[in-house]
Design a protein around this ligand. Structure first.
Ligand SMILES: *[C@@H]1O[C@H](CO)[C@@H](O)[C@H](O)[C@H]1NC(C)=O
Ligand SMILES: CC(=O)N[C@H]1CO[C@H](CO)[C@@H](O)[C@@H]1O
Ligand SMILES: [Cu+2]
Length: 304
């Protein structure tokens, strides 16, 4: 059957080498070195178990992540540029697949989590990424017959993300995400790529009251946007997780939708930095937390 063959070929050409990683953040014309202010792992592979604690900010196995001592200042309302690369050291000059392999089709998303100190925030028990509340602030759709990853490749790996102007000032973890669906026809075949940047937001109006979700928790392995055969040429696609938060538009909905595209001008990014180092850290145990904030009113509980 033709579709199965296509599927098999797409899978086979990309067994262990066609991954991607969020390596760099740009803010309104300022670019930072690779891994500056980003909790990058040592490896560019995906998370495939949506119930894993590592679905929050990556980590685990050969993908140990390191906290960064850096924090990136962002103004609420700014558009930031999350740069995705095939590996931590890929450049256009050295790697023909320097963003992500074209087989890796799917949506791109972004979440935020408010924290007290982005350079140390790891979870309620002091370890990494246990239960975390997120806000997704941007997603894209493929209604134009394209997946967001195709636009990402065309845009040289730069994912533009608008930081909502109504956000409360303070420190956040910014979690850009790319979901690759080339093998998603079987359970746990979808590949989730994400890393967390440490940002400090100022200048916001602080009027936001967004709903939050937990990661793990926001996704199910059988969500229609996660367990899907993209070789069937679907005419629509439901992005997993809640609707994105938008300022002033009743953005607290948690109904999954095919979302409007938010676009912003691409910017050029600085060449990779050569001094990235990382180290293994203790990993978290599983802890349950409420899905929504109940204590603070305006925002999700802060876990550090
Ligand atoms: C965050 O930004 C505010 C406003 O610019 C600033 O006062 C504060 O020092 C910054 N915090 C960090 C950790 O950089
Ligand atoms: C709701 C919707 O369809 N939004 C956008 C999806 O993406 C295309 C471009 O890729 C836009 O033209 C749509 O407006
Ligand atoms: Cu891959």
């Amino acid at each position: 059957m033709r579709l199965s063959i296509t599927f098999a070929l797409a899978s086979l050409t990309c067994i262990a080498s066609c991954h991607t990683i969020f390596v760099q953040l740009g803010v309104e014309g300022t670019t930072y070195p690779v891994s500056h202010g980003i909790r990058d792992p040592t490896y560019d592979g995906p998370i495939q178990d949506v119930t894993a604690q590592y679905i929050a900010c990556n980590g685990g196995g050969q993908q140990a992540t390191a906290l960064s001592s850096d924090i990136i200042n962002v103004k609420a309302g700014d558009t930031v540029q999350a740069t995705w690369r095939h590996t931590l050291t890929s450049t256009a000059a050295t790697d023909s697949v320097y963003v992500v392999d074209p087989s890796h089709k799917g949506p791109t998303l972004a979440y935020l989590k408010k924290v007290t100190d982005a350079t140390t925030a790891t979870g309620p028990v002091g370890y990494n990424f246990v239960i975390i509340f997120w806000r997704r602030v941007l997603t894209r759709n493929h209604s134009a017959g394209k997946w967001a990853t195709e636009d990402l490749i065309a845009n040289k790996g730069v994912q533009n993300i608008v930081i909502p102007p109504c956000l409360e000032d303070g420190q956040y973890l910014l979690r850009p995400e790319l979901i690759a669906l080339h093998a998603a026809a079987s359970k746990e075949g979808a590949q989730f790529y994400m890393e967390c940047a440490q940002i400090n937001v100022s200048g916001g109006t602080g009027t936001a009251n967004p709903a939050t979700v937990s990661l793990p928790g926001a996704y199910s392995a059988t969500d229609p946007g996660i367990l899907i055969n993209i070789y069937d040429n679907p005419t629509s696609y439901t992005i997993p997780g809640p609707a994105p938060f938008t300022c002033g538009a009743g953005g607290d909905s948690t109904t999954p939708v095919v979302e409007p595209e938010v676009s912003a001008p691409p910017v050029s990014v600085a060449p990779p930095h050569s001094t990235f180092v990382t180290s293994a850290k203790p990993q978290a145990s599983t802890v349950k937390a409420p899905l929504k904030s109940t204590g603070t009113g305006a925002h999700a509980p802060v876990h550090t």
